[in-house]
Design a protein around this ligand. Sequence first.
Ligand code: MRU
Length: 373
Amino acid sequence: MATQDFIDTTASQADDSPFQTLEWRPASGEQPEALLLLDQLLLPHKIVMVVCPDYEAVGQAIKTMQIRGAPALGVAGAYGMALAARRSAAATPQALLAELEVAGKHLFATRPTAVNLGWAIKRSQELAGRLAAEGRSVSEIGDALLELARQIHADDIRINRQMGAFGEEVVPAEGNVLTHCNTGALATAGFGTALGVIRAAHEAGKKVHVWVDETRPYLQGARLTAWELQQLNIPYTLVTDNMAGHLMQRGKVQFVITGADRIAANGDSANKIGTYSLAVLANAHNIPFYIAAPLSTIDLAIPDGSFIPIEERSAAEVTAIAGVRVAPEGAPAYHPAFDVTPARLIAGIITERGIARPPFESSIRALFEVEEA
Ligand code: MRU
């Protein structure tokens, strides 16, 4: 059973830009150790940390989108596996491995599209299996899984900064950048992917103004990206998703950049629903369309985007906005949460090891072969 609790930090942080998307809280006194997650369903109105003392609570936070964004899901998944191990009463390492199998399945089933979640769960299970084979105790395995989660957490921030450094070079020195969904610090352990590239360009002195797609139905753009850009003092304007074509036709977009939830070996990239339309529009107007994503988002096991599972969420998220019904009672609605942009529409995939360019089969593979800088 999930046992979430909440800590309201609105008053202490409302005027302050720094925030933590995920935070490990060690045990103290009566308080058990827990993963704290910034509740993204309440932003930008309230800054509340959800307390997740067990993996079921982490699973619930992922499913309900209190935490979201592919890299952040990977980090949360790793902490979830650590909690599963550390709260276990297993008498033997083998019994623990069986429990981790169950926990992994539970966490994996929460959201199917972002590959980072499965990637982190698999890494945790492989580490646990290796340590059990070496004869390590249940508590040693629990400690090691927490260490791994902390490592994945720290790596993600470092990787995002590297992506920012590579990516900012292709952002125009001046102009309007259009982005979709939220790919900033909130979607990652910190700094962000596509929004991190925009941030790096801004920090490098480039005069960028950002068109922020509101991103129906969940409004990640309006609620989260606008909030992040405001705190970073990066100029932006919020638009509804259907305004992109008009802006491009009028010469008001010079660059489009989004994140990705899963990238196939050929470069086909799944991202928030609406991304494909943007890529088609950008290509029709000769505007460069880029993706920024860490290598952990690339799934070399699938040859192309047709193999990417597309999450379907509740139709109620389409018939209502922020909980307020806008469609007539009983209106049928459909809610695929992601779409796939074919590789041929993508100018480059920005990663922590450089920018892959078409043809992506070879350029992506080459990135996996180079040593990290
Ligand atoms: O449904 P969400 O909010 O988890 O979808 C997030 C996205 O589509 C992001 O663009 C993607 O995860 C990249 S985040 C750095």
